[in-house]
Write a new protein. Structure first.
Length: 127
């Protein structure tokens, strides 16, 4: 898993397209590790990371960025970043949170059909 986490981190750094202080870089590394572990735990039975390696790395990097900007914003240190064609600027907590949520949804969409539903289901109850 360490090799995957390293690739996730390098991909997230590339997507960030901005300067990261050493502290921010370490935070991003931790957020990427957590994202990779979260997504790995949510993979459906029978789906291995190696089968979907490139897709998994991109999704985990996107989720890692989402977690990074959410945490950075809560500390007041966040000013903005670019990830490909997406530009996120700190205008307010609500806007940054919406951007982080959008990145999280995008990461989950990248693995659509490969993630378990987490056990959530609607059930009918007969009266």
């Amino acid at each position: 898993m360490e090799e995957i986490i390293s690739e996730v981190f390098e991909t997230a750094k590339m997507m960030f397209q901005g300067h990261l202080s050493s502290d921010a870089e370490e935070l991003l590394r931790e957020m990427c590790a957590g994202a990779a572990q979260e997504l790995a735990a949510r993979l459906k039975k029978g789906v291995s990371i190696e089968e979907i390696r490139a897709q998994f790395i991109r999704a985990a990097a996107t989720l890692g960025l989402s977690n990074h900007i959410r945490l950075h914003n809560s500390s007041g240190d966040f000013s903005g970043f670019s990830a490909g064609s997406l530009r996120v600027d700190a205008r307010g907590a609500r806007e940054v949170d919406a951007s982080a949520n959008s990145l999280r949804r995008q990461a989950e969409l990248m693995l659509m059909g490969l993630l378990s539903d987490g056990g959530f289901a609607f059930q009918a109850v007969k009266g």
